[in-house]
Design a protein around this ligand. Sequence first.
Ligand code: SF4
Ligand code: SF4
Length: 413
Amino acid sequence: MIIRDITGIIYDDLNKTLENINKKQLNTLLQEGFLVIDEERDKKVLENCRKEIQEPYISTAYFFLTKNCNLACKYCFEKQSEIDNSLDGIMNYNTLIAGLDFFQRLINLDQKRFSERKTIIFYGGEPFHNKKLLFSAILEIQKRKKEGLLPIQTKMLVVTNGTLINDDDITFLKNNDITITFSLDGDKNASINRVFKDGKTLAWTKATDTFKKCVKAGINLNIACTLSPETILRQKEVLDYFISIGVTNIGFNVILDNDIIQLDNNYDDNAANFVTTSYETLSKNNITENRTRRRIDVFTHKHPCLFDCNASGGRQIAIAPNGDVGICHEHIMDKKHFITSIYDTHFNPRESKEYLTWNKRTPLYMEPCLNCIALGVCGGGCVINSERKYNSLLVPDPRFCKQTISILKNILL
Ligand code: SF4
Ligand code: SF4
């Protein structure tokens, strides 16, 4: 067997390692389920994994409280820098309430799954740009949890640039057990893409200061770090920075393939390399990296990674400020896959052609993936990148494959 990925790259180091393992090691790998060499057994494993995919059922809701933002980040997919803030695209209270009613109806469609954990994510634009509504939403959700209308373990999360949060807000967020995801790209020199509307002033100083205050307040925090070329170039400084400010959980995001920012030909390899080589430093400092953790969990729990996000699987809704409803929040601007609205009283993801397609958007059903070494740990990556490039949801994105196989290789070796 020669290990190669779908782009034809052959993984010499993995191949050599496999060639040189002794019989005892081989038996251990077989017994522990790392390797399957019997074709019938292989088919059975695949069949069993496929059976684990449940019908579309909504467990996550994105609320776009506003499309507006106080920053103009140079790589922003929403192209905020090109539009002035306006009243269009701001969610109002009535829409918020109707959106919560809609989510509530959907999670009740399968009573057996009602008590499973649900997540409500406040998103934008910058959610703190519509702070009044954000705080009303948090209080309303707390009320509904107490009344049993939403599961008690419904988690609330806000994704923010961190520049509009004051000390009183931090107290409020802590008291309401809100998890905050900060968009931070590393140390100051790595953060030159995150700027205010003047195009020059960095968001970094204020965002870093707020992050540290949130650490002190004991809030659950994540970092969403975009792997800009500047971040990739400054790996040591970036990791030192995250360690110094008390980060415990981080997700690295590659820049989406779009016309906003030009990436050189080595970008994919460099981004994959950044993620895999950061892992050791991060784990030594008790920082979890989401992408790598998901792959390691497969081995720890002996359970395949079926999907890489909640849109695939058909488990998520994204609610636009005007009440339109789609699957993936990244399509907020072009409204692709926005197929219904919060006022639709009959919508059922189990009967939606769109949701049924996304439900099977996993490597376990994608033909080019079936012979891939990463099949069990992959999850399939971001769907919209494949879609933008190949005009199909159901093909793998080679950029993502490189990253996944590189992580897997490190785990295996
Ligand atoms: S398709 Fe991509 S952008 Fe959309 S939820 Fe999944 S990972 Fe996120
Ligand atoms: S998407 Fe995942 S399983 Fe499919 S070819 Fe790429 S790395 Fe392999």
